[in-house]
Design a protein. Structure first.
Length: 555
């Protein structure tokens, strides 16, 4: 475990008096004027504690530094450093082996002076924001709030007897309200300053601690700027192909369901702009580069190279040679064969690179006339060199690969999607023999990334709206309906700056973009992880939105 000590204060916006922030809570009450200030967890993370998360890895035990953070409304005076949690009274370190026991009890008892030290785990609503934080220790428990309307009275304060100035009746004052009603004469009584300050003593800045799981810290995700592609296997492991700005090497890396890096593999000579990924059920990760004839096979378990299928350009002597150059998209079918869209052709290869028939056998018996019509039907649009989705029929072999994606759904069917405006964007479902099951219009403006199909045939699509807002929709085939699962943050939702999509077999949704942007939602659509850059995006967007509102309201 790694302990980070925190001391932070600001000023009350109502009365200007010091406002110590001695606990990680979203509502803090001023001891002077009782005004409650709101500090959402995301604001804490990005505007107050950002440096404490990012700059302490290089500090030695006992080292720290001060910092001043200025936002639009507040100026925060912060001190942070690397220090093992200890008793505030006698400075005795707490027993690290008992952290879990302390957490269950809600406090630790100092072994030297018997002082109680607050210990708790993160609230559920903060876990996806403070990733890696295991415990919070040493907070002022008097600041724990159950809501904005709740007055924070020190826990140690017992009711005090106070004489009513009107009827001399004895009243028990608990400190929850400054104005009380006499139970004898119904007079409204404003409690004097000396009594109120006794029950609400002025707080000074206290030191508290964030305790990190150091295994999480040591297994941070790799930095990336360019994000070419990402995919996911049946076990829920995610795979990325990325590049770092001003660095030549493209890397492929894997993240587990615990959000930790599993492995990283460098790919010298691969283009982060032209490369893509596909994963098979037998734990093979295929890596292609649109500029290369070959195809790389990596182990899903450790990223090591299994084989490199060397390709060569087609020729008159070898018209069916294995050649991945010009590949726009690749997927792995349920039988382990590879279906690719290359230079406007739909082609299929065996896992060893052997060229095979694009589609299986016809499912219906055809007579002579049926065979003739089937020849034309299977062309996918022989009257068009680069057919789009709406011209595709049964057993297609050609397609405009610049504007389409292909995906082998977990339901055993093949899906093609055409990206574009609301007039031409659509999706088509095929069985493994190439028979078209249905074709649908996608009711969103612009589709620019892969779609995902789960075992039930539900189709997930990430899209922009006409005004560049992000939406995640899902098609339910049984009811033939489209539902919006996640909306843009500017529409009251949670999406912002994402353009890559992957969905696990158990419904976990991964959304990413270049420059370290990553958001993860569970099957109930609860946000369970947000990267630091994505959190910054949210803060910046909210600030811009608020500024625009204020400008529009300004006469």
């Amino acid at each position: 475990m790694v302990g980070i000590c925190i001391e932070v204060k600001t000023e009350c916006k109502s009365c200007g008096n010091p406002l110590p922030m001695n606990a990680l809570v979203e509502h803090i009450q001023c001891a002077s004027c009782q005004t409650i200030a709101d500090f959402p967890y995301q604001f804490w993370r990005k505007s107050i504690l950002d440096s404490a998360f990012g700059d302490t890895s290089d500090l030695k035990e006992g080292e720290g530094q001060p910092q001043t953070n200025m936002t639009g409304q507040y100026t925060f005076h912060l001190m942070y450093g690397k220090q093992r949690p200890r008793c505030a009274k006698c400075k005795t370190p707490l027993d690290e082996t008992k952290y879990e026991e302390y957490s269950a009890a809600g406090f630790a008892v100092c072994s030297k002076c018997s002082n109680k030290v607050s210990v708790r785990t993160l609230p559920d609503s903060a876990k996806n924001i403070f990733v890696g934080v295991k415990y919070i220790m040493g907070e002022d428990s008097d600041m724990f709030s159950t809501g904005k309307a709740t007055m924070q009275t020190p826990n140690a304060v017992k009711p005090i007897l106070f004489t009513c100035p009107s009827c001399a009746g004895n009243l028990e004052i608990d400190g929850k309200d400054r104005v009380v009603t006499c139970k004898y004469c119904n007079s409204e009584i404003y409690l004097p300053d000396d009594l109120w300050m006794r029950m609400h003593p002025v707080k000074t800045v206290g030191r508290w601690y964030l305790v990190f799981d150091d295994s999480v810290i040591s297994e941070k995700l790799p930095n990336w700027y360019y994000l070419s592609d990402m995919t996911i296997d049946s076990d829920g492991n995610l795979y990325f192909i990325t590049g770092v700005e001003d660095e030549e090497d493209t890397i492929v890396w894997s993240m587990g369901k615990d959000f930790k890096t599993r492995w990283v593999t460098k790919l010298p000579g691969y283009s982060y702009e032209q490369s893509g990924l596909a994963v098979s059920a037998d734990e093979i990760l295929y890596v292609y580069d649109k500029n290369k004839h070959s195809l790389l096979k990596l182990s899903c378990s450790n990223g090591s190279t299994i084989a490199k299928l060397k390709g060569r350009q087609e020729s008159a002597q070898d018209p069916n040679s294995f050649d991945m150059k010009g590949c726009d998209d690749l997927t792995v079918d349920s039988d382990g064969t590879l279906l690719a869209m290359i230079n406007n052709k739909i082609v299929r290869y065996a896992s060893d690179g052997e060229s095979i028939k694009t589609w299986g056998e016809e499912t219906e018996q055809l007579g002579f006339l049926g065979m003739i019509s089937g020849m034309f039907r299977s062309s996918g649009g022989d009257d068009d060199d680069d057919p789009n989705l709406y011209k595709l029929k049964n057993r297609p072999v050609k397609i405009d690969s610049d504007y389409h994606y292909v995906n082998a759904g977990r339901d055993g069917y093949m899906y093609f999607i055409q990206r574009g405006s609301s007039e031409d964007a659509g999706i088509a479902k095929y069985d493994r023999n190439g028979k078209q099951i249905w074709k649908k219009i996608v009711p969103l403006n612009y589709k620019d990334r892969k779609h995902w199909v789960d075992a039930n045939g539900f189709i997930y699509i990430l899209s922009d709206t006409t005004d560049s807002k992000k939406n995640l929709i899902r098609y339910t085939p049984n009811t033939d309906t489209w539902d919006t699962l996640l909306k843009d943050i500017r529409e009251g939702g949670v999406l912002n700056e994402v353009d890559n999509l992957a969905v696990s077999a158990d419904g976990i949704i991964y959304l990413a973009k270049f420059n370290n942007r990553l958001r993860i939602f569970d099957a109930s659509l609860k946000n369970i992880y947000t990267s630091e850059q994505s959190l910054k995006d949210d803060v910046e967007l909210k600030q811009k939105t608020q500024k625009k509102i204020e400008q529009d309201e300004d006469p």
